[in-house]
Unconditional design. Structure first.
Length: 368
C-alpha cells in the first residue's frame, strides 16, 4: 500500500527549509521535509531546544506490554531509546514469572505491573495512565524494527493521522510469521473488511503509533489479543484517519516463545468478530438472522403443505421461525438506531480532545 503526502516548505519555517524554487519537484520537497522531521525526532532534547528556543518537543511515550520476555526486553528498550532519545519508554509487566521487570528497569525503562493477564487489560491500563501527544505501542518480543518508528511518527505528523499501523513485511524466515498466524490474520482482516468495508491489511500487527485523541477515546473493552482488532474497529467507527507503513518483521530469538496460541486465540478472535458485527452493525447481524429464519420458515411451509393445521409440528415450526424472523428484524432496526446515537456521542467525545496541529507536530513542538 503506497502513500504520498504533499508538504509545502513554507509551512515549516522553523526547521530552516528554503521556499520552493521554480523547477523543484514535490518529491524533492517531501524528501527534505521527511529528513528534517526524522532528524528532529532523533535529536536529543537539548539540541531540539537549542534549535527552537520558544517551543518544546511533543511528548512521546513508547508503551511495551509484555509477559515473560526477559530474553528480549532489554534489547527492545535500548533500541527504542536509541531510535527516540526524547521519548519515555514504559514497560508494562503482565504477571511475568521471570525477570522481565528487573531487566527492563535495568535497561532504563519505567516499569509498571498489571496483574490481570491479557494484552487487552494492559492496553486499557496504559492508555488510561500515560499522558502524551503520541503513543508508540510495540510488543516486547524483539520482532519489530525500532528504526522504523521515526518513519511512522513522520507519517502521523505529515498526514495528521490518528493511527499508523506498522504492517509486517513478509519475511523469508519461516518462523517469523507462522503459517497458522498468517491464515488467522488474513481471515480476520477479510472479515473486518467485509463488515466495515474498510480496515487495515495487517489487523493483528502489534506495532502502532496512535494520537492522544485516539488513546483517550479508545474504550479498550477486550481482554486478550483481540485488542489490535478493537483498535482498528474503533478507528473505523470514529472515521479516524489511519494509514499503514510496511515494516520489517523478524523471527523471535530461539530461546524466546510466543504467547499467541494459534487455535485457542484464533477461535477467540473469530468469536470477537461476531461480537463486533453484533455490536457495531446490529442491523446487518440481526437482519441476517431474520433472513435465515424467514427462509427456513418458507421451506418448512412447503415441506408441510397439507399438514399445516393446529397442533402439528410443521405448524409450530413455520410459526416459530416466522416469529423469530420478525423479532430479529425489529431488534436490528431498534439497535441500529440506538447504536447511531451512541456513535454520535462517542464522536463528539473524540472531537472534544484537541489535536496536535501539523506545524507543532512537524517541528516536534508545542508552544511553551
Amino acid at each position: 500500500m503506497a502513500y504520498r503526502t504533499e508538504v509545502r516548505s513554507e509551512e515549516f519555517p522553523a526547521v530552516g527549509l528554503e521556499p520552493v524554487r521554480p523547477g523543484t519537484t514535490n518529491e524533492t520537497v517531501d524528501e527534505t521535509v521527511e529528513t528534517e522531521l526524522e532528524a528532529l525526532l532523533r535529536a536529543p532534547e537539548s539540541e531540539a531546544t537549542r534549535t527552537l528556543p520558544t517551543y518544546q518537543a511533543p511528548k512521546i511515550a513508547v508503551l511495551i506490554p509484555c509477559r515473560d520476555e526477559e530474553v528480549t526486553i532489554d534489547k527492545v528498550v535500548r533500541d527504542f531509546q536509541r531510535a527516540l532519545p526524547t521519548a519515555t519508554v514504559f514497560v508494562y509487566d503482565n504477571a511475568s514469572t521471570d525477570h522481565t521487570a528487573q531487566r527492563a528497569q535495568a535497561a532504563g525503562a519505567v516499569v509498571r505491573r498489571v496483574p490481570a493477564v491479557g494484552k487487552g487489560n494492559v492496553v486499557r491500563r496504559m492508555f488510561a495512565e500515560i499522558e502524551a501527544d503520541f503513543y508508540v505501542v510495540v510488543d516486547g518480543d524483539d520482532t519489530y524494527d525500532a528504526d522504523a518508528v521515526p518513519v511512522l511518527l513522520c507519517r502521523m505528523i505529515e498526514s495528521q493521522l490518528d493511527m499508523v499501523v506498522g504492517a509486517r513485511r513478509d519475511s523469508p524466515a519461516q518462523d517469523a510469521y507462522r503459517r497458522g498466524h498468517r491464515f488467522g490474520n488474513r481471515l480476520l482482516t477479510r472479515s473486518v473488511h467485509w463488515i466495515f468495508r474498510d480496515g487495515s491489511m495487517d489487523m493483528l500487527s502489534g506495532y502502532r503509533v496512535v494520537s492522544r485523541r485516539f488513546a483517550k477515546s479508545f474504550p479498550a473493552l477486550s481482554h486478550g489479543f483481540e485488542t489490535e482488532t478493537e483498535m482498528t474497529v474503533h478507528a473505523l467507527e470514529m472515521s479516524m484517519p489511519i494509514e499503514e507503513v510496511m515494516t520489517d518483521y523478524r523471527e523471535r530469538p530461539t530461546d524466546s516463545r510466543s504467547k499467541l496460541r494459534s487455535l485457542p486465540d484464533g477461535l477467540s478472535i473469530l468469536k470477537f468478530i461476531f461480537v463486533l458485527w453484533r455490536d457495531y452493525r446490529p442491523f446487518g447481524f440481526f437482519g441476517a438472522i431474520a433472513m435465515l429464519a424467514g427462509l427456513a420458515s418458507a421451506i418448512a411451509a412447503l415441506l408441510g403443505q397439507g399438514h399445516l393445521h393446529a397442533w402439528t409440528p410443521a405448524t409450530f415450526a413455520v410459526v416459530g421461525l416466522a416469529s423469530l424472523a420478525a423479532l430479529s428484524f425489529l431488534t436490528g432496526v431498534v439497535l441500529d438506531s440506538v447504536g447511531r446515537r451512541q456513535r454520535e456521542a462517542k464522536r463528539m467525545m473524540y472531537l472534544a480532545i484537541p489535536p496536535l496541529s501539523r506545524n507543532e507536530g512537524a517541528h516536534g513542538l508545542r508552544p511553551a
